[in-house]
Design a protein around this ligand. Sequence first.
Ligand SMILES: [Zn+2]
Length: 374
Amino acid sequence: MSGNDQDLLAGLEAMADATLRKRLELMLAARGAFDQELTACETLDDCQRLKGKYVGRDGSLASEAMPAMRGIPVAHKQTLGAEINSIKKTWEEKIKARQIELEAARKKHTSLTDQWDPTLTPPVPARGALHPLNRLMDRLVEVFRPLGFHVEEGPEVETEAHNFDGLNIPEDHSARASSDTFYLAAHPELLLRTHTSPVQVSTLRRVAHDLAARGGIRFLAPGRVYRKDEIDPTHSPMFHQVEGMLVGHGIGMQHLKGTLEYALRALFGPHTEIRLRPSYFPFVEPGCEVDVSCPLCAAKGCRVCKGSGWVEILGAGLIHPNVLKYAGIDPGEWSGWAFGMGVERMAMMLSQTPDLRLFFENDQRFLKAMGGLD
Ligand SMILES: [Zn+2]
């Protein structure tokens, strides 16, 4: 018998109440049995039963012994009382540790076998969707399709000839400067197209020989364009345009206005009004800026239209005779119109997005919110 056990025994003997003493004796005596039973625990249920027997809230050895400690004389509280508390704590910790051990073993065992249920529906991967800018361009194409317009595309790397010469842009025009345009270092005659208009040049040249047989041509050219712009909330070195062009016999401003009125009403609603303001672009004559009555405030005046009720939406005009000539088309016989619009600008207005960069950052929260764009 160790010194400690002698102290405990002395404490027990000093207790006046035999019933209370018996409860403490039982707890002290169970120490060996507990360790054996713990080792024998094979399942979490076994642990639960052990817990109920030794340290459970009701009817366990510990729950009986705790209140019995009030019968320990003051002189023995330090030894006997502390020992009873320590046994209880040890039992609780050992049971907990065994439970964790068994739980880990169970998980390891079941992860590849019992938990696999071949009848469960497989996880559905997140579905991709078209980018809001692509959807807006598609929508523009759909508006023009019933009018007989098809889609023409061109390369994003273009020649100076297609990007500038063929569009009647003079040699000294500021857009040709390397400060405005990305030229290819290894091929200075090549550049990243600064607008979708080179598609006009390549398409007209391609169809010039059988334009009469075709009865003219009408097409849209949506795509990416590049300019050496600062990156700020309303500018980006890469953005999107949609170009529209029609060539036929006796085409004038009235046809341009009628077509744009139809298209912009299809886009912004049947009550949309448009207005043309004279403007200058080298590839059209006459040229104009086209405004729509603000679709956000029904032209009453808001932040987007800066109180004016009108929003500038695109540039347009009648095709300059030099553009037709360059493509090999006789401007005495043929005429036409063209327009170009900025896709981001329209998307920002429709969605009231203040910062252009959001369209290129691919933050899914933004893209999902843009689901309402069309
Ligand atoms: Zn407005």
